[in-house]
Design a protein around this ligand. Structure first.
Ligand code: NAI
Ligand code: MG
Length: 357
C-alpha cells in the first residue's frame, strides 16, 4: 500500500468550507482506485491564528511542512487582517520557501457550463497558464520610507533572474510539447524596458531548443483582450507572477466561475512538497452560507493525486466532476444553480461510486 502524507491548510473563509469537501472526494477516489492511502494532518493557520498568535503560521512552519508529500490548501485572507500581512505570511512564504516556481493553472469549460462569452462551450476553451511563482513583481524587494510625511515613498522592485525566467519558460515549452504545441509569452517589454526585454530575450533563446513549438510574444494588454475575443487560440501561456495572477482570474471567469478554477504551486524537481489550492480566495461575501462551489478545491485534489503519480484516482475525480456539471442538477449559485456546497460533493461522490475502473 502506497502512503502519502498530506498537510491540509484550510485557511480562511470558504477555504474552511471547501477543504473538507475536497478531502471527502480524495478519500473516495483513493478507496475506489485502491493501492494507496492518504494520511492527513491539519494546520489551523490563517487570519484567526494571526489574531491569536501575531503570526499567520507557526514560526517553524516551513520545517514542519517540509516532511509532507504535498500540501492541500484552501484560501488565505480575510477582512480582519490586512491582505499584505495575510498573503505574505502564509501562501507566499510557502511558494517561495519551497521553490514552487511553477504555478500551473488550467482553464477549461466543463461540460454543461456556460461561459459568459458568446457561443463558447465545452472544447472551445482549454488552455493552461504557467505563472512564474517565486520572483518577478511579487519578489517582496522594496520598502517604504518617510511614513506619513508628504515625501513618503513606496517601492516594489520587479526582480527577474536568468535562472528564474529560464526555468519557467522551459517548463512551459515542455508542457506545450505535450499539448497542441503552441506557446504564448505574456510580456510588456514596450513599457518595462529592462525586465521584460530580458524576459523576451530568454524566451527567444529557449525557443531554439523547442523547434516543434510555435511561439508568440504578446503584450499583456492585448493578451487580456484576446482571452475574451479568441480564447480558442490559446494553448499554453507563460507569464510573470503578476501577469499570470491577473490572467488566471480572467481564465476562470470565461470558463463560467471563479468557483471551478484549480491551481498547483509546483516544485518540479520534487525537492520540496508542492501545494494545490484553488485560484479563488476566501470569498468573504458568501462565507457561512453553505453555497461555496467546492469544484475548484476538488479539482485541485485531482491535480494533487496526478502529481503524486496516482493517475487513475486523479482521472476518476475529473470524470465525476464533468458528469455532475454535464447533468446540471447540482450546481451552486455561482454556476446558476441552487445547490449547497455539500450537495455538489454528494453528487460527485455518487458519480464517482458508479464509474467503471
Ligand atoms: P475571491 O476569489 O475570494 O472572491 C471573488 C468573487 O468570486 C466573490 O464574489 C466570491 O463570492 C466568488 N467566489 C470565489 N470562490 C468561489 C467559490 N468557490 N464558489 C462560489 N463563488 C466563489 O477574491 P476576493 O474577494 O478578491 O478576495 C477575498 C480574500 O481572499 C482577500 O483577503 C484576498 O487577499 C484573498 N485571496 C486569497 C487567495 C489565495 O489564498 N490564494 C487568492 C485570491 C484572493
Ligand atoms: Mg489571484
Amino acid at each position: 500500500m502506497r502512503n502519502y502524507n498530506i498537510a491540509v491548510i484550510p485557511g480562511d473563509g470558504i477555504g474552511e468550507e471547501v477543504a473538507p469537501e475536497g478531502v471527502r472526494i480524495l478519500d473516495a477516489a483513493a478507496e475506489k482506485a485502491g493501492g494507496f492511502k492518504l494520511n492527513y494532518e491539519y494546520f489551523p493557520w490563517g487570519c484567526n491564528y494571526y489574531l491569536e498568535n501575531g503570526r499567520m503560521m507557526a514560526a517553524d512552519g516551513l520545517d514542519i511542512l517540509k516532511k509532507f508529500d504535498a500540501i492541500y490548501f484552501g484560501a488565505v485572507g480575510f477582512p480582519t487582517v490586512p491582505d499584505h500581512i495575510s498573503l505574505r505570511g502564509l501562501r507566499i512564504p510557502i511558494c517561495q520557501g519551497f521553490d514552487q516556481y511553477v504555478c500551473y493553472r488550467p482553464s477549461k469549460i466543463l461540460p454543461g457550463i456556460a461561459s459568459p462569452l458568446a457561443v463558447k462551450k465545452e472544447g472551445d476553451i482549454d488552455f493552461v497558464v504557467v505563472r512564474e511563482n517565486t520572483e518577478g513583481e511579487y519578489s517582496g524587494a522594496g520598502g517604504r520610507a518617510h511614513r506619513g510625511l508628504p515625501e513618503e515613498v513606496a517601492i516594489d522592485t520587479t526582480l527577474f533572474t536568468r535562472n528564474g525566467v529560464e526555468r519557467i519558460i522551459r517548463y512551459a515549452f515542455k508542457l506545450a510539447q505535450s499539448r497542441r504545441k503552441h506557446l504564448i509569452s505574456a510580456t510588456k517589454s514596450n513599457a518595462m524596458i529592462n525586465t521584460f526585454a530580458f524576459w523576451d530575450e530568454i524566451f527567444r533563446e529557449v525557443s531554439k531548443d523547442f523547434p516543434d513549438v510555435r511561439t508568440e510574444s504578446v503584450l499583456i494588454d492585448a493578451l487580456a483582450a484576446r482571452f475574451v475575443l479568441r480564447p480558442q487560440s490559446l494553448d499554453v501561456v507563460v507569464g510573470s507572477n503578476l501577469h499570470g495572477d491577473v490572467l488566471t482570474d480572467l481564465g476562470a471567469a470565461i470558463c463560467g466561475s471563479m468557483g471551478i478554477a484549480p491551481s498547483g504551486n509546483i516544485n518540479p524537481e520534487r525537492k520540496y512538497p508542492s501545494m494545490f489550492e484553488p485560484v479563488h480566495g476566501s470569498a468573504p461575501d458568501i462565507v457561512g452560507k453553505g453555497i461555496a462551489n467546492p469544484i475548484a478545491m476538488i479539482w485541485c485534489g485531482s491535480m494533487m493525486l496526478d502529481f503524486l503519480g496516482e493517475k487513475q484516482a486523479a482521472g476518476i475525480i475529473e470524470t465525476a466532476i464533468a458528469e455532475v456539471t454535464r447533468e446540471g442538477r447540482f450546481l451552486t449559485p455561482d454556476l446558476g444553480g441552487s445547490a449547497k456546497t455539500q450537495e455538489v460533493t454528494g453528487a460527485i461522490l455518487g458519480k464517482l461510486g458508479k464509474l467503471p475502473l
